[in-house]
Design a protein around this ligand. Structure first.
Ligand SMILES: [Zn+2]
Length: 310
């Protein structure tokens, strides 16, 4: 018996001896997990890298996968096309830095913007919000005569200091697409400025992703997060409902459209030049850049049917 026990103990000791190797494998395992974590973090950071807005880089055509989806028989919609110009603005200020070409390309001087408001108001245009356009596409709100939308992307500080006083002066409604992840940043409105805009009751707040991310071809969880979270952040911070979305740099694909639909938005605006809106393009509505056109030039521009250039 004693002999047997000794034998057993010996064999146990033998089995316990390779424990050092297990420690090695655990260390390697931890190293692999750490490396994967760093790799994942880098991929995530690259995926949410903000896109710099540029008129040249904007998407001007419906992407192929979206076109294909539209051709599916089950996608046929009875919704009629309506003529509603949606004007797209970014900065309304006197640009101080003359070297800042991007800012200049996206900017309209405040005096020109005011003249555009006067032109449109005097011509009898009815200023709608994106929320109201959603109701009109649904058929629950009547289309007014001479409808038009003013949309402002990015939520730059000049929206509160320059645009809002002019909207109040002419009692004009607009839609502002905010990037909640950038609130309070040096070039953006603070939370109290956004609250000031909301209090005016003239502005419908829309979402523009959390980090101003170009959505086309991005990983599905990133798209879902950027779309859904931007809506929730704005809704929870300001106790409002957010129903319209703008694609940063106009970049979208079918995956992005599906995320926008699933998040509960009722419309989304693109950067595809055009004036016709419908149930078919309610998640990539056409927009126009008014540029520096005012008076008759602006009114004539809005009478066009095709818009190749802004
Ligand atoms: Zn933008």
């Amino acid at each position: 018996m004693v002999k047997n026990r000794r034998k057993k103990n010996k064999s146990l000791n033998k089995k316990q001896s390779p424990r050092v190797n297990w420690n090695f494998f655990i260390l390697v395992g931890i190293a692999i997990i750490l490396l994967l974590g760093i790799f994942g973090f880098v991929i995530y950071k690259l995926q949410i890298k903000p896109v710099i807005e540029s008129p040249k880089g904007e998407m001007k055509k419906i992407p192929a996968d979206v076109k294909k989806e539209m051709e599916q028989p089950n996608q046929a919609t009875s919704s009629a096309e309506i003529r509603v110009p949606i004007l797209m603005y970014h900065y309304i200020e006197y640009v101080q830095d003359k070297k800042d070409k991007t800012r200049q390309a996206l900017n309209i001087n405040p005096d020109i913007f005011e003249q555009q408001l006067q032109t449109l108001a005097n011509a009898g245009y009815t200023f709608l919000t994106a929320r109201e356009l959603g109701y009109i596409i649904d058929g629950t709100k009547r289309l007014p005569k001479n409808p038009i939308l003013l949309t402002f992307d990015d939520g730059h500080w000049d929206f509160d200091t320059v645009v809002l006083p002019l909207l109040k002066k002419y009692h004009v409604k607009a839609t502002a697409y905010i990037i909640p992840g950038f609130t309070g940043g040096s070039d953006f409105m603070s939370a109290s400025q956004i609250q000031d805009v909301i209090n005016s009751k003239l502005v419908d707040i829309g979402a523009h992703t959390v980090h101003h991310v170009s959505l086309k071809g991005k990983l599905s969880p990133v798209v879902t997060y950027e779309v859904t979270q931007s809506k929730l952040m704005l809704e929870n911070t300001y106790h409002i409902s957010v129903v319209s979305f703008a694609y940063p740099n106009g970049s979208f694909d079918q995956q992005a459209i599906n995320a926008v639909k699933d998040a509960g938005f009722t419309t989304a605006v693109s950067t595809i030049p055009g004036i016709m809106q419908s149930g078919q393009n309610r998640f990539f509505l056409n927009r126009l850049r008014p540029g520096y056109r005012t008076g008759e030039t602006l009114l004539n521009y809005l009478q066009n049917t095709t818009f190749k250039e802004y």
